[in-house]
Design a protein around this ligand. Structure first.
Ligand code: FAD
Length: 270
């Protein structure tokens, strides 16, 4: 039997509704009318979704529920969902963390870490339709995304990577491995960095959107604190990526990596 240290009369008051009341009392004085209205919408959504959450199931079944309301991310404008921007994203993450912290981790990896690069692609003049389809699938919650930066034996050093990219006709081939890839065992899309020259990563880094069937293998890692999220050791074995899935090439991948890391880390703070 599990030992209980909080008495029932306290436990019964620890409802999501009461948590939101505490949030509103403390945070609303710092928000303008639009932001308060946005929080009210989020709270209504969370209170409706909470009874439908089955804690014995992985979080991914909930992605389409988020997608329907444009809640896979709110940094960037997607379709007509608003309001949007960094502050709205932080408010979204704060509310989802109160609802279901594991859902929030997986949502962030798919919607922000994998999703943001699709918005950056168009902001920097990308024109292909392929990435728009990927973006719509990720934002609607119909498909699952992840990001591959961290490598074994590299960890915090996100620059000196060993995943090697090689040009081959109209494609780029990836060989290498990543680790701690959140969502990877379930992911359809892997936004992943590689380098043409390991001795010169800054000038040769590539950012690519890789579909699982291009040649990706994942081995799930056992991370006890988040049993409903799948995190993996990810292998790229001659993964063949057609050019229309290359988001940034020939060193521009390095620029995009750091452009992405700032909003990503701000979102992760939640
Ligand atoms: C649950 C989870 C999910 C993750 N999801 C993803 C993901 O989806 N995609 C992805 O790419 N990565 C992911 N990561 C990887 C995460 O970003 C890395 O764990 C992180 O970059 C640190 O790497 P490391 O754990 O190998 O630690 P290390 O780099 O080995 O660091 C160990 C310690 O040394 C310190 N340290 C490291 N370098 C320096 C330095 N230069 N100066 C001073 N101190 C230093 C660190 O602060 C830390 O305390 C995830 C990690 C976890 C735990």
């Amino acid at each position: 039997m599990q030992e209980k240290i909080i008495s029932d009369d306290i436990l019964e008051k620890m409802t999501l509704e009461n948590v939101f009341k505490i949030f509103n009392n403390n945070v609303f004085p710092m928000l303008n009318d639009e932001e308060q209205e946005y929080c009210n919408e989020l709270q209504e959504f969370c209170l409706e979704l909470q009874p439908k959450i089955d804690k014995s199931k992985d979080v991914y079944v909930l992605f389409p529920e988020l997608g329907k309301r444009g809640y896979m991310q709110r940094i960037n404008k997607w379709k007509d969902f608003g309001p949007y921007g960094m502050k709205k994203e932080i408010l979204l993450g704060t509310h989802l963390s109160m609802l279901d912290p594991q859902l929030e981790l997986a949502r962030l990896a798919s919607g922000i870490l994998c999703g943001n690069p699709t918005f950056h692609y168009y902001e920097h003049g990308g024109t292909g339709e392929t990435i728009q389809k990927v973006q719509d699938e990720l934002m609607s919650g119909q498909k699952i995304g992840c990001i591959g930066i961290t490598e074994p034996e590299r960890g915090s050093d996100a620059v000196n990577m060993t995943t090697v990219a090689t040009k081959e006709g109209d494609s780029v081939i990836y060989n290498g491995e990543k680790v701690y890839t959140t969502n990877a065992p379930k992911a359809d899309y892997f936004c992943t960095y590689g380098v043409y020259d390991t001795a010169n990563p800054r000038d040769t880094m590539v950012q690519a959107m890789i579909k699982r069937d291009f040649g990706v293998r994942t081995e799930r890692l056992k991370i006890n604190s988040v049993p409903r999220v799948h995190i993996a050791h990810t292998f790229f074995e001659n993964a063949k990526i057609p050019n229309d899935y290359i988001l940034a090439d020939d060193g521009l991948g390095y620029v995009r990596l750091f452009e992405g890391l700032v909003p990503e880390r701000l979102s992760i703070v939640n």
